[in-house]
Write a protein that binds this ligand. Structure first.
Ligand code: SAM
Length: 273
């Protein structure tokens, strides 16, 4: 996979040299190219922003540097053999970035990131490139950052760990929270490692039993417990068919019951730990 990032703070992307993403680059599974947007300015002050039409506070990133930058980055990418680019524009007004979207992006061969500063990029830039390639406007959460670079790091890490051969253990992301499959739309429960006793705290006995069925059931119950506490919305919108008889017993103990449409809702106040 090829990644290009155009930014006014290239150094902000230095973490892409570290850890999992850094290793994926070193092993040639990911080609990362970071570009300084100011390269494509033409005035002495390397201006990338201007006042907003219609008034209001803040500044807006200008069309020309973005257009020239993206045109050249795209042309260079094609020249070196990359194909089927998609533009990823981080913005708090985008669609939520989810594990499902990470999986979708991980199947694309080439992602171009356009992280903004100020009040964002002149709308016409997104419109222009949407005529040439898929454009993903993504929000990493319901809060406002000062710039999109942190969002690029978040999206890149979530996508890179899904690429074949990047995680040491290919099974690792199968049980993740939000991973498609048996644990779909449940948060992952707690995890433990050695030593078996730490500061008087034991690990749950079932994990020492070697009994795979019981361990799987315990993990599922923990996932249900954690999800009802931290993300009740996931239980409420889950397809009831996702819950087997044992799940239903656990949900009932946790104070949840199916409503008239079969979907689960809370019947009792949250059980305190
Ligand atoms: N006034 C803009 C709004 O409310 O949509 C906020 C602009 S913000 C100060 C500057 C840039 O930070 C955005 O254009 C985007 O690139 C990035 N950004 C801020 N919050 C973000 C979020 N939750 N998800 C993704 N990118 C974000």
């Amino acid at each position: 996979m090829r990644l290009d990032v155009v930014t006014i703070f290239p150094e902000y992307l230095d973490p892409l040299n570290v850890s999992l993403v850094g290793k994926a680059r070193a092993h040639g599974r990911l080609g990362v190219h970071v570009h300084d947007l100011r390269q494509w300015t033409r005035d002495r002050h390397h201006t990338v922003d201007d006042t907003p039409y219609g008034g209001g506070p803040g500044m807006v990133m200008k069309t020309e540097p973005w257009g020239e930058a993206l045109d050249q980055v795209i042309a260079d990418g094609y020249e070196s053999g990359a194909r089927r680019p998609a533009l990823v524009v981080p913005t708090p007004s985008g669609r939520p970035f989810t594990q499902e979207l990470a999986v979708e992006l991980s199947a694309r061969p080439w992602l171009l990131f356009a992280p903004a500063r100020y009040e964002g990029i002149d709308r016409r830039v997104t419109e222009e490139y949407a005529t040439r390639m898929p454009v993903y406007e993504v929000s990493i959460g319901d809060y406002v950052l000062a710039g999109g670079e942190a969002a690029v790091l978040v999206v890149t890490e979530a996508v890179a760990r899904l690429l074949p051969g990047v995680l040491g253990n290919a099974e690792s992301h199968r049980d993740d929270s939000f991973a498609p499959g048996a644990m779909a739309d449940l948060l992952e429960g707690p995890v433990y490692t050695k030593p078996p006793n730490w500061r008087g705290r034991d690990i749950p006995e079932v994990l020492l039993s070697g009994h795979h069925g019981r361990i799987a059931r315990w993990r599922r119950d923990q996932a249900l417990d954690r999800t009802t506490r931290n993300r009740p919305d996931l239980i409420e919108r889950a397809d009831p068919a996702a819950f087997d008889k044992k799940d239903r017993e656990t949900l009932s103990i946790l104070g949840w019951a199916p409503g008239p449409d079969g979907r689960f809702g809370r019947t009792a106040p949250d059980v305190e730990e």
